[in-house]
Structures are given as C-alpha cells and as structure tokens.
Design a protein around this ligand. Structure first.
Ligand SMILES: [Zn+2]
Length: 424
C-alpha cells in the first residue's frame, strides 16, 4: 500500500488512510462492499470510515461509470474539488509545471526550455514565475495550493530536502530546495528524483498500473532509475537509490559527468548520444543529421532522424539501447521486477531503443528473472515524472485533509509545518 505519512502527525487512524489510497487508485471508483473486502474489515467498520471521509469532504459518492446496463452501483471517489496542488518537474533542458485537482487530473500545464546548469537562484525564480503564470491563467492565487511535488534530475537526500553532488546539476549541491520552496509558497513541498517520480506516475496512471514491483528507466540527458517495490517508492537509505546511469560498463571508457570513466550514461545518455551525432557529422558521413549545424545537435534530433529511417542515427540509438539493456539485465537479476518501463526524451525513439534493450536483457540476465519481466515504453510519454510529482503532491494534500475534521486555513498548515521542521 502506497501512502504518504506526515512525520509530525500521529497517525491515529491507519485504516482511514488505507481507505483513501484504495479509493484514489481505483480505476473507476470503488464500492463500499469492495472496500470492505480489500481492507478485510466488516461493512459496519467501513461505513464508519467512509462517513467520516464523506463528512470531511475528501471523498464523494458517485454512480459507477463501469457498468453499461442496468442501475449503476454507487461508488466512492475522491472529491476533485476539495483542493488544488501543483507539480514541478525540472529536467536538464526543460521544466514542466502543472496544476491539478485532488483527483490528480491536470487542469493547467506548461513545458518550457530550461537550463538546470544556471543554478538554484535563477532556476527557482524561473519556476516561480511560470507557476504564477499558470495560477493567473486559472484565476487562483498561490494560497489555494495545498501542496507541491517537485522532481529534479539528481540524487536527492530525502530528509534534508536537497541534492548531493548532482552530476548534471552544478551549483545545486546542498542547496535547501525543499525548505526554500516551502517558505516561498507557504505549503508542504515534496522533493524527489525525477526517475523516482516517473516510476510513481507510470505505476499510478500509466504502463505500470497494478504492478507490484517495477523499475522506470529515465533516458534523458542522464540516465536514472526509479524503483517501486511492494507498491512503494524504494529510495534506499538516504533517498539516492536507482543511479543506474553510473554503473561502470568499461573503466577505460569515456569520462562521465560524475567524474568516473565508462559509466553507462557516458555511452548511452542523451548527452553521449548528442556527442556521437556531432562526431558523425564532423566525420563527413552521409546522414540526415548533417541538415543542422553539428554543434546544435541533440539526442532528440538523433531519435527523430532514426525514426525517419536514417541508418547512422539508428545505429547510434541501437548501440545506446544495448548498453542500457546490459545495465537493466543487472537490475533484473538483482531485483526481479515484473515490469521495466523505459521513459524520458530518448525513449521517444520507440522500438529502435527497446528492441536492443530487450535483446540485451535476454542475453545477459538469468532466465528465472528474465521470463517474468515485461519491458515497455512509458505510457505517459514525456509526462511520467510530472504525473508522479502530481501524485506526490496529492498524497500530501489528501492525507493532510483526511486528518482534519473540516477544511483549515493555510496559516494553520504553515504553523504546523514550521513546528515539524527539524531544527538546524
Ligand atoms: Zn558516471
């Protein structure tokens, strides 16, 4: 069972929170009878919980849309109008920001070019500007936002709400990201690695629905993995698990952004793919890639040209796929997931990338694990991490609302947040 526990709150009513999670992740609502069965409780016990949640406005009763004929049964759903949340997915070159209701349905969103290398001050000011633009467009103020989920392309130290020595985020090391944003926005903020959020997004609403154990591999400028184990994000001891891009493939290989040589990312990440494309064009070989100036080439261009049938581009993508597949084979051997989902910008190359990945996994992992794993591309496309950040924000906001008898003021939440913050 996935759910978020606010560390400062004494969870008196575990069942209430379990019920909320069963309701929010049910595809078309859930009946009281099904809820009782799944929770192993009596109908009477469930009625008490449900009445409490109905009274507090977190859920509502609706007619099921799942049955085409006859009188539709009444099901329980999240009340989408109970509140608003925001999600911010910062990538190396793009930022995606969305506003959503409590049912995690996105109501406003935007995606803009972004340069994470400019450091926290410039980047977070830009995020603030874009978020306010979205809020204006929807006609609400920042005070309406109950929680924000934030994703970054680096290893997150969860308790501290910051990143540590992030290879593709120079200038962000040790910067108090979560604390800065909570102060600025006056609501709880969660900070996660973007691949971790991609795993959560695909698990909740995408290609990983219903999977117990899955890995999401984000192939962007860098390469990271997000792990869901027993339906919960697995972050490791401090929160930095899943750095699959920095598995050494060849210790004499090319220099990686992390300072080591021959990491998988240095062979197959978006930056490495773009570098190979530039070298190819400069070598004078016939390729569609030479239509653009070689210094501007990106991994996205290589994926586009590959899809349009350009053989040299296809070779670059397929070689990257083989390296990624070798690393995934190791992950499959270690962790025996039922699904591996490939996402991020480079995954837009589709079968050209996944075919060599599947082949490498077949060749390099043990049959016992290989037979049970399903390798597929992200169903949410480039929005996996943004949706995951939304799920995180809704988790915080909804479980917070569940603890309360009635809606409370933002000031009260902020005061509680300050009291709960670890002393420095
Ligand atoms: Zn590395």
């Amino acid at each position: 069972m996935f759910y978020w526990i606010n560390s400062n709150q004494n969870i008196k009513n575990f069942n209430k929170h379990s019920a909320i999670d069963l309701i929010r992740f049910a595809t078309t609502g859930i009946s009281r009878t099904d809820l009782a069965e799944q929770m192993g409780l009596t109908r009477a016990a469930v009625t008490l919980i449900v009445n409490d949640l109905l009274e507090n406005g977190v859920i509502l009763e609706a007619e099921s849309r799942a049955i085409p004929n006859g009188r539709p049964p009444v099901v329980l759903e999240i009340n989408p109008k109970r509140g608003l949340v925001a999600a911010v997915d910062m990538g190396a070159t793009h930022v995606n920001i969305a506003l959503s209701d409590f049912s995690a349905k996105i109501i406003e969103e935007t995606s803009l070019p972004f340069d994470i290398k400019q450091g926290p001050q410039i980047c977070l000011t830009e995020v603030k500007r874009i978020l306010h633009e979205l809020l204006d467009r929807y006609g609400v103020g920042i005070s309406q936002i109950m929680a924000v989920g934030v994703g970054v392309p680096g290893p997150v130290i969860k308790d501290a709400g910051m990143v540590m020595s992030p290879p593709i985020m120079p200038g962000w090391d040790g910067y108090p990201i979560r604390k800065t944003l909570e102060k600025e926005w006056g609501c709880p903020v969660s900070l996660n690695n973007d691949a971790e959020l991609g795993a959560l997004g695909e698990w909740a609403y995408g290609a990983g629905r219903g999977e117990k154990n899955l890995a999401f591999i984000k192939v962007g400028s860098g390469i990271g993995a997000g792990l869901i184990i027993n339906q919960q994000i697995y972050g490791g001891t401090t929160g930095s698990a899943g750095e699959i891009g920095h598995i050494t493939i060849d210790e004499n290989g090319p220099l990686c952004t992390c300072g080591n040589h021959g990491c998988m990312e240095a062979f197959a990440g978006g930056n490495a793919i773009a570098l190979q494309a530039r070298k190819l064009v400069e070598s004078g070989k016939r390729t569609l890639l030479s239509n653009a100036p070689s210094k501007d080439l990106t991994a996205q261009d290589v994926a586009d040209c590959a899809r349009r049938g350009d053989l040299p581009s296809q070779e670059i993508i397929m070689r990257a796929g083989t390296f990624i597949g070798i690393a995934i084979a190791g992950l499959v051997n270690l962790f025996n997931p039922s699904a591996v989902i490939i996402g991020g910008g480079v995954a837009q190359a589709g079968d050209l990338l996944t075919t060599p990945i599947r082949q490498a996994v077949r060749e390099h992992s043990l049959r016992a694990s290989e037979q049970s794993v399903h390798i597929t591309t992200a169903m949410l496309g480039q929005r996996s991490s943004l949706i995951g950040a939304t799920v995180q924000a809704v988790s915080i906001a909804i479980h917070d609302a569940t603890e309360r008898k009635a809606p409370v003021s933002k000031e009260q939440i902020l005061t509680e947040l300050k009291q709960a913050a670890p002393t420095e």
